[in-house]
Design a protein around this ligand. Structure first.
Ligand SMILES: [Cu+2]
Length: 517
């Protein structure tokens, strides 16, 4: 079946969605707002195995819901013939009934590259299932995609002015037609209208004018009401209040600013061993970073005894995942005095570095980061970084002699964790070797594929999760793309022995080329 016919089928299946679709279609320019999982970084970059095929997937979710998600896949395994995609909810009854899949379009110049698009019809925790066929047999892999309306598009001023002028011309023209009809419709051609007919015409024109202005006013009210209704669906992240309590306890209380009714504060599930991953950054220098794991005290209430912390203003980014696999990043800030706290323990990590320099300076920072214990973390930095493009960010850990570190260990089950933070605070993304998707959501998605041909155990489907007997590599790779141009700081964590190392790298990102150029 062609993609278009499938689009139409999905639309006709849900006729009551026509109005929001039409509404989304007439809203024109969007102001992007901070995003759900991660902040300001809505695109999903994931690497994983569909059976024997290694896929690099990019999903660009729509900015309005319902809307079209754009999907790009690069198969890193030769012999891939075709890929089919199907969108459906990640959890619940509907997750058992995936729709008929669509075929992705294969690039004629690059046989390993496939593109496609899918309608996402409702807000929520979705997944896209990729079914691959090729000369190595079937393969299946699913990518979780949190889908939410991110804002309301505003009309471009030029277009608005043009439509207003055309509208006024229509209105004036209609009034003129009504007047002419009332005055002359019953007269033979060429005969002058008598005064009584002229008066009737004026009355008719006045009535027509009033009716038309009334219709425009009603239209404006309807538009406003629809927009207000729609704005309730625009994503609003959970809010978080941070406080320092006696005993150096960091106290975090969540509140719901109101969004979809289904959102709860008591349904978080562990994501790589913890209910909450908290990045605490000294702001705006980003010269001190903590990766900590507060404990849940009660629904929406987390606490953590702080380690020793230098004084300063801190920004807090807390990652949580709801039971349906929907991830959120809560943002808060706190001013802290110097804290002489407990020693770092468990999965805690800390890094201290130089202050981030203003825009334009980042390209000159070294791709080799000296760590306090004599080790070095090296970023295999691409020549140029462009917004929106997918990259593999690769880092290697070298020992004090400059040799590949041989005592590598997993840090929370993975060879590495990375956080990408934009200098102006509009972007925060906590990434893993499998990509931007929450690990918990990836697990839920893979588990559902277990009965399908080409499925593999959930943990094997994700890059970086192979826990085979071999010694761990001293390199780690994160698939990611910057959402916008500007200066970013990247915090990379790798573990060797019992030491969690935090490498810090700055990146200058160029604007994405304009489409079609
Ligand atoms: Cu992590």
């Amino acid at each position: 079946m062609t993609r278009r016919s499938n689009d139409i089928k999905m639309m006709t299946r849900s006729p009551r969605l026509f109005v929001p679709v039409a509404f989304a279609a007439v809203l024109l320019v969007l102001v992007p707002l901070p995003a759900r999982a991660h902040v300001g970084s809505p695109d999903v970059y994931v690497e994983g195995n569909a059976g024997p095929y290694k896929l690099s997937v990019v999903v660009r979710p729509p900015l309005v819901i319902p809307g079209v998600a754009e999907i790009e896949v690069r198969s890193q395994t030769p012999g891939t013939d075709s890929i089919e995609i199907a969108p459906f909810p990640l959890t619940g009854e509907a997750s058992k009934y995936p729709p008929v899949p669509d075929a992705m379009k294969r690039s004629s110049s690059d046989l390993q590259y496939f593109t496609g698009h899918l309608w996402i019809m409702a807000t929520g925790s979705w997944q896209i299932r990729f079914t691959v066929s090729g000369n190595r047999g079937p393969g299946v892999f699913s990518v979780p995609v949190p889908a939410t309306a991110m804002g309301t598009r505003r009309m471009q001023p030029g277009l608005g002015a043009m439509l207003a002028i055309l509208g006024i011309m229509l209105l004036v023209g209609l009034v003129g037609i009504v007047g002419a009809a009332a005055r002359e419709a019953l007269l033979p051609p060429g005969v002058e209208a008598p005064p009584a007919r002229r008066r009737t015409a004026y009355v008719a024109m006045t009535v027509a004018f009033i009716v038309l202005v009334g219709a425009v006013a009603f239209g404006s009210w309807w538009w406003g009401a629809s927009a207000a209704d729609y704005s309730r669906y625009v994503y609003k992240p959970l809010e978080m209040q941070a406080q320092l309590q006696p005993g150096n306890v960091l106290d975090l209380r969540m509140s719901d600013p109101g969004w979809v009714k289904q959102r709860k504060l008591d349904d978080f599930i562990p994501d790589h061993n913890h209910l909450m991953h908290l990045y605490m950054l000294r702001w705006p220098a980003m010269d001190v970073v903590f990766h900590l794991h507060p404990d849940q005290v009660s629904a929406g209430h987390f606490q953590l005894p702080l380690p020793s912390v230098p004084a300063g203003d801190y920004r807090l980014y807390a990652d949580v995942v709801h039971a349906n696999g929907f991830p959120e990043t809560l943002v808060s800030s706190i001013k802290l005095p110097y804290i002489s706290g407990r020693a770092l323990a468990g999965d805690d990590a800390e890094g201290t570095t130089l202050a981030l320099k203003p825009t334009g300076d980042a390209t000159r920072t070294s791709p080799a980061y000296k760590l306090p214990d004599g080790y070095t973390m090296v970023w295999k930095r691409p020549e140029m970084l462009v917004a929106k493009a997918p990259y593999d960010f690769t880092f290697a850990l070298l020992d004090a002699n400059g040799q590949p570190a041989r005592d590598m260990a997993l840090y929370m089950g993975m060879p590495g964790h990375a956080a990408f933070v934009k200098i102006d605070g509009t972007v925060f993304a906590h990434i893993h070797p499998s990509g931007t998707a929450s690990m918990a959501a990836l697990m839920i998605a893979q588990a559902q594929n277990s009965q399908m041909p080409g499925a593999q155990p959930a943990s094997d489907g994700m890059a970086g999760m192979d826990m085979g007997g071999d010694a761990l590599s001293n390199t780690v790779t994160f698939p990611y793309g910057f959402p916008s141009a500007g200066t970013y700081r990247i915090f990379v964590q790798m573990k060797h022995g019992n030491e969690v190392e935090t490498g810090v790298f700055d990146a200058e990102v160029a604007a994405a080329p304009v489409k079609g150029s």
